[in-house]
Design a protein around this ligand. Structure first.
Ligand code: NAD
Ligand code: UDP
Length: 310
């Protein structure tokens, strides 16, 4: 198949490009390089089945394709808050553009949505049936509400125009090719520990997240895209739940060195808890994560050791 991946030079996008290229597909990788890097896909460039386009997803795009994975959007809070208006344009206009392309080409189109649609959840763990608890005017809203409108657009194009959609709600995912200055917690803690800098916990560290290793997530993506009879939304994530203090201690134990744990103000609207209910992914996709946090951290630490000077 000919497959368009928007945000293809980013952390998740580059792993997806690699996976689908290895399966023998033609890959069109589109990215504006805001948080993506050519280095992430440099090893794919010599492959004749791989094409790279510098393009912004908020501008219309024409190509004849069979599948579209829409991943274009900064995912780390510092990056999506850097230009909040651009973030919401990326989610909303990006969705309209990929859906228009899917409508014309009859391609199946996949949206990388997020556990952020549940906001600061009052139901725990979060099933797909939960409508969420999102602040519409806070500093995270450009991302959370942008992704919620994108889901709405996907379902309206599906109902109104028969577009073949798949929507995944991704829970915190980590692994090689995250940027060292990405700002998300796993990469921050590992890079700080490797550099012997203090570990920065926001708040008292009692807030929880559930961390999925990238290879598990990509397997879930492909299963959802190629399944029939289920549009989603479907949660993909690892139900193992950890406090940020536990994560900091685990990273310090693994990396060693002189770093101390320090506490800093909690950003506003930071969700207190998050854990996916993956009942649907198990029953509809036969999917569940295989890589436990300790093993995924070892692989991620090994990656950062190769790019971060102490
Ligand atoms: P990332 O920042 O590494 O990747 C995003 C990619 O999109 C980058 O390559 C960036 O340059 C590109 N991009 C951003 N704006 C664009 C635009 N306007 N036009 C074209 N390209 C643009 O982040 P990631 O973790 O790989 O996330 C990929 C997708 O998955 C995002 O949509 C994100 O919201 C979603 N997601 C990720 C996680 C996670 O834990 N990694 C969790 C929930 C949702
Ligand atoms: N966090 C932290 N220190 C950091 C970066 C993040 O304590 O250096 C916290 C952050 O406040 C949040 C959790 O870790 O409670 C996960 O943050 P991340 O930005 O990775 O993802 P999100 O909040 O979007 O789930």
């Amino acid at each position: 198949m000919r497959i368009l991946i928007t945000g293809g030079a980013g952390f998740l996008g580059s792993h997806l490009c690699e996976r689908l290229l290895n399966e023998g597909h033609d890959i069109l990788c589109m990215d504006n390089f805001f948080t993506g890097r050519k280095a992430n896909i440099a090893h794919l460039l010599p492959n004749p089945n791989f094409e790279l386009f510098r393009h912004d997803v908020i501008d219309p795009f024409k190509a004849e394709v069979d599948r579209i994975y829409n991943l274009a959007c900064p995912a780390s809070p510092p990056h999506y808050q850097y230009n909040a208006i651009k973030t919401i344009k990326t989610s909303v206009m990006g969705a309209i553009n990929v859906l228009g392309l899917a409508k014309r080409t009859r391609a199946r189109v996949f949206q990388a949505s997020t556990s952020e649609v549940y906001g600061d959840p009052e139901i725990h763990p979060q099933p797909e049936s939960y409508w969420g608890h999102v602040n519409p005017i806070g500093i995270r809203s450009c991302y959370d509400e942008g992704k919620r409108v994108a889901e709405t657009l996907f379902f309206d194009y599906h109902r109104q125009n028969g577009v073949d959609i798949r929507v995944v709600r991704i829970f915190n995912t980590y692994g090689p090719r995250m940027l060292p200055d990405d700002g998300r917690v796993v990469s921050n803690f590992i890079v700080q520990a490797l550099r012997g800098q203090n570990i920065t916990i926001y708040g008292d560290g009692s807030q929880t997240r559930s961390f999925c290793y990238v290879d598990d997530l990509i397997e879930g993506f492909v299963r959802l895209m190629e399944t029939t009879g289920h549009t989603g939304p479907i949660n993909i994530g690892n139900p193992g739940e950890f406090t940020m203090l536990q994560l900091a201690e685990l990273v310090l134990k693994k990396v060693g060195g002189p770093s101390k744990i320090t506490f800093h103000p909690l950003p506003s609207d930071d969700p207190k808890q998050r854990r996916p209910d993956i009942t649907l992914a198990k029953s509809h996709l036969g999917w569940e994560p295989k890589v436990p946090l300790e093993e995924g951290l070892d692989r991620t630490i090994a990656y950062f050791k190769t790019i971060v000077a102490a």
